[in-house]
Design a protein around this ligand. Structure first.
Ligand code: ATP
Length: 304
């Protein structure tokens, strides 16, 4: 399959900090590629390198087959739109005027498509309203519209749902799926919210401490996810001791929750926990979550 982005042995150091270590990955054309990693894993560093905002210390990457050291990379990068950290949006301009500014910056001759672009991100009714009066979700969607000026077919988004309320998250999800399915835009995005990423991504890259630990498709993750019992308890250390004593396999998710990979004898487990001084607040069966899958890969607590 044709790939939009390939990295080979990419490394980036800041003084003694190894932000990226020998990272190789491939984003296939048409994918929604989710970068998964806890705080400091190197996701933003990777995205900044790909956008040309920083240069790698070692290794290389190609965009549409063009090496990053090739002069043609600047032309190829026009096929890529990105929202990294806070997008450059003028607060005192309306959405449409922000898009017009962006079109001018890119030197685009025509601005005919801009109203259509606003419609695409659901901001067609904002009229003359200044961006400073927009909700966070509206601003995030405007950031994406700005990145889409120039009609890129590869969109790179650093934490697009960060800080959004549930409604904003749903709107962002629908927008990204529409861009991918209807406009055939390949998307690379990072997110901490793994439940949300699981509703979108076709491919994952699991990162840990600057390394790519595993690249896998969504269907492979689905097949690999085991049936498990999710428990919420007052003390996860006691839970771990009791489960070890019962010989059950598990992953600790937080100081109050864990996934157990078996169907434990519920009465026996609750009784053993109560005897050890640990209360159970809930227990239900489900498929292993993306979060739990990631943690079984890298160990420890996935929340940064
Ligand atoms: P987060 O989810 O918190 O944004 P991340 O996966 O995006 O994390 P990065 O921001 O890429 O991680 O950071 C990777 C490592 O590189 C961290 O240890 C960070 O402190 C370090 N780092 C990033 N940028 C710089 C910089 N400009 N100078 C020094 N260290 C940096």
């Amino acid at each position: 399959m044709e790939s939009v982005l390939t990295t080979r042995g990419l490394s980036k150091t800041y003084g003694s900090c190894h932000a990226l270590r020998n990272l190789s990955m491939e984003v296939p054309k048409g994918a929604i590629y989710g970068l998964v990693g806890r705080n400091g894993a190197g996701k933003t560093t990777l995205i900044r390198l790909l956008c040309g905002l920083q240069t790698p210390t070692a290794g290389s990457y190609t965009l549409y087959g063009v090496d990053h050291t090739d002069k043609a990379i600047h032309t190829v990068r026009q096929r890529m739109g990105a929202v990294v950290e806070s997008p450059a949006i003028y607060q005192d301009l309306s959405a449409i005027n922000n898009l017009k500014m962006q079109a001018q910056v890119l030197g685009l001759p025509s601005q005919e498509d801009l109203p259509h672009l606003l419609g695409l991100v659901g901001l067609e009714d904002t009229g003359k309203k200044k961006v400073r009066h927009f909700s966070l979700g509206m601003r995030q969607r405007l950031g994406i519209a700005m990145a889409l000026v120039g009609s890129p077919d590869f969109l790179v988004l650093d934490e697009p749902v960060n800080g959004l309320d549930p409604q904003g998250i749903v709107e962002m999800r629908e927008l990204l799926l529409r861009l991918n399915r209807e406009k055939q835009i390949t998307i690379l995005l990072s997110s901490h919210i793994l439940d949300e990423l699981a509703r979108l991504a076709t491919h994952y890259g699991f990162m840990d401490r600057g390394r790519m630990v595993q690249q896998i498709t969504a269907s492979q993750v689905e097949a690999a996810c085991r049936k498990c019992t999710h428990v919420e308890v007052s003390d996860v250390a006691i839970l771990a001791r009791v489960l070890d004593g019962m010989g059950l396999d598990y992953t600790i998710l937080s100081s109050h929750s864990a996934d157990i990979y078996a169907h434990p004898h519920v009465t026996e487990l609750v009784q053993a926990l109560a005897d050890a001084g640990c209360q159970v607040s809930s227990m239900h069966q489900h498929d292993e979550s993306l979060e739990s899958y990631y943690m079984s890969l890298v160990g420890g607590d996935a929340r940064g």
